[in-house]
Design a protein around this ligand. Structure first.
Ligand code: GLU
Length: 284
């Protein structure tokens, strides 16, 4: 990696830090090399994020030997930035309010002419509210990107993957974006933003040159590249790493509490022993 590389680790404080998180953080540090490693707290979901989990993140990362710049970017402090981007999309006619519940979407998809396909956010939104206008947006509506309208504004797009799993330049497939990813949510009901919108704005604001994250998020990347193009933000390179496996080679679930770093710490394991046991990249 070049010496001016900037990478990040972006955990959500919704529970204890797990082995999978430690692996993701260590990959980001390793990819930063002589550049910068930044931390970002993804805490937009107030119903699930807790200050005590955030404190535990700092504590566990320090125990692992990681160092990062302060102050740490926290999404809860960036709502005006997300709002401004949504206003831009609204002015461009690219978003619409949606009042569909998950149950509404399920019902719409059982209609005979609608086939359900599965995108990065789950079942593809059938477009029920697409004709609604922003002037009719209610306080509890979600906001969705009109993907077809967005793609009509954009030429061919691509991103560069530097990780070994999907290495190379990936040209975006507009049909897949429209028909499978679909009209993704840019502002969740009662949250004011979404993962896709925040991650794109935050990576740009932090000057991230290479996004490192688990391969489970590979399919979200084309959505992020579309948003970057619409917001005229630079597309970083991407490094999607494998998900960590246990001693028997089985992929670890992110939410397996038995794999909390705090549990290993309480058992008296050292960071080096932990790294060795799970083949984690070492922090030098
Ligand atoms: N906050 C996300 C997570 O904990 C990471 C998102 C990303 O790296 O883009 O899975």
């Amino acid at each position: 990696m070049p010496p001016d590389a900037v990478t990040r680790f972006a955990p959500s404080p919704t529970g204890p830090l797990h082995l999978g998180h430690a692996y993701a953080a260590l990959v980001a540090v390793q990819r930063a090399g002589a550049g910068q490693f930044l931390l970002r707290i993804e805490n937009i979901d107030r119903s699930r994020c807790r200050p005590e989990w955030e404190a535990q993140i700092y504590d566990d990362l320090a125990w692992l030997g990681l160092r990062w710049q302060r102050p740490v970017m926290r999404q809860s402090e960036r709502l005006p930035v997300y709002r401004a981007a949504l206003q831009h999309f609204a002015a461009e006619g690219l978003i619409y309010p949606c009042r569909c519940t998950r149950a509404d979407i399920r019902v719409a998809l059982t209609a005979p002419q609608e086939g359900a396909s599965l995108g990065p956010d789950g079942v593809t939104y059938p477009g029920t509210c697409r004709a609604r206008s922003m002037s009719d947006a209610g306080p509890t509506d979600a906001l969705r990107l009109n993907m077809s309208a967005a793609l009509a504004r954009l030429g061919p797009l691509s991103f560069i993957e530097t990780g070994p799993l999907f290495a190379g330049r990936h040209l975006l497939d507009h049909d897949w974006l429209r028909d499978v990813a679909g009209d993704v949510v840019l502002a969740r009901r009662d949250v004011g933003t979404s993962y896709h919108l925040s991650v794109v704005l935050d990576d740009a604001a932090q000057g991230i040159t290479e996004v490192t994250r688990g391969c489970d998020l590979f399919d979200a990347t084309p959505i992020h590249v579309v948003l970057q193009a619409l917001l005229r933000l630079r597309t970083p390179t991407y490094y999607h790493h494998d998900l960590i496996r246990d001693e028997s080679g089985k992929r670890l679930a992110k939410r397996d509490d038995a794999r909390a770093i705090a549990v290993y710490r309480s058992e008296g394991l050292t960071p080096d022993a932990l790294a060795q046991r799970f083949s984690l990249p070492m922090v030098s």
